[in-house]
Design a protein around this ligand. Structure first.
Ligand SMILES: [Zn+2]
Ligand SMILES: [Zn+2]
Length: 285
């Protein structure tokens, strides 16, 4: 079964179990499908890290690159942005109005998505504000559309960069070894090994089973979690040392294909609960 078929099947299974997520998952499942399709068309040049720099980075546990160094296939990201706008319009989501404004601005020639992608990666605040004003959209919403459109390129770039890392090596830091962003999801594989997933580039790395994913604190008095018997596959780890939380998916408890984006979207109630308790989640972009 292809990834797209498996992802559709997983989305249907989650929708059945959690009907309150039907509309949101209906939209995002199609977003992920469009991203998977876009992934097959991406053409990118390699990011080369010279040997000396690589040794330095690894020796000091620094991420391989900075966000601004990610390569994006501008043409395919712009095409994907058009598809995502059409999806938001056809499903009449909260994003429909923004999608209409983006499409209108592209049509009028006042906005070129290819200007947006580097502005996001380089965190050029004034350029983003100017673009958002031209489109009549809030900056965070514009960044969301831009990020969702660039995500296939970013993930492809991360996969290439992962070749510079030792395969299956434990990396016990609370940030991505490729781009330095925080993890937004943890999971336990079939053998109970713990992995983290980067909120920005989607790279996954293995980490020690115990301790906080962010600060590494081991003190049992500071490490807590909550879970529900109705959702045995999820658990939320809370750390009193750094004040962060992370959602954990136990793959031994699910009978569906694990597609991290779907799990993230369909567990927003757990984010709410963790935030109500006073803990903070990862912040990307
Ligand atoms: Zn990353
Ligand atoms: Zn911590």
């Amino acid at each position: 079964m292809s990834t797209i078929e498996q992802l559709k099947k997983s989305a249907d299974l989650i929708k059945k179990n959690r009907p309150s997520y039907r509309d949101l998952l209906g939209f995002y499942a199609q977003v992920f499908e469009a991203q998977e399709q876009s992934r097959q068309e991406i053409i990118l040049s390699y990011v080369v890290i010279e040997d000396d720099l690589l040794i330095l980075k690894k020796g000091s546990d620094m991420p391989l690159i900075e966000i601004a160094q990610f390569q994006v296939d501008n043409a395919s990201a712009a095409k994907l942005m058009g598809t995502l706008c059409d999806l938001a319009l056809s499903l009449e989501t909260d994003m429909s109005k923004d999608a209409r404004h983006i499409k209108g601005a592209i049509k009028k020639g006042v906005f070129d998505p290819e200007q947006l992608f580097p502005a996001i990666l380089e965190n050029r605040e004034s350029a983003l504000k100017t673009l958002a004003k031209k489109i009549n959209i809030q900056v965070p919403k514009l960044i969301l559309f831009g990020y969702l459109s660039m995500a296939p390129s970013i993930a492809a770039c991360a996969r290439q960069l992962a070749l510079y890392l030792e395969k299956d090596a434990l990396y016990n830091h609370g940030y991505c070894p490729i781009c330095g962003s925080q993890p937004d999801l943890a999971f336990l594989d079939e053998d109970g090994k713990r992995y983290l997933k980067c909120c920005f580039c989607s790279h996954q790395w293995s980490i020690k089973r115990m301790g906080c994913s962010f600060c590494g604190n081991f003190d049992p008095d500071k490490q807590h979690y909550f879970y529900s018997d109705d959702e045995k596959e999820y658990r939320v780890n809370l750390c009193d040392s750094c004040g962060n939380y992370i959602k954990v998916v136990d793959l031994r408890q699910i009978n569906r294909y694990f597609y991290p984006g779907l799990e993230l979207i369909s567990t927003l109630h757990l984010d709410l609960k963790a935030k109500e308790k006073g803990y903070a989640g990862s912040i990307c972009l």
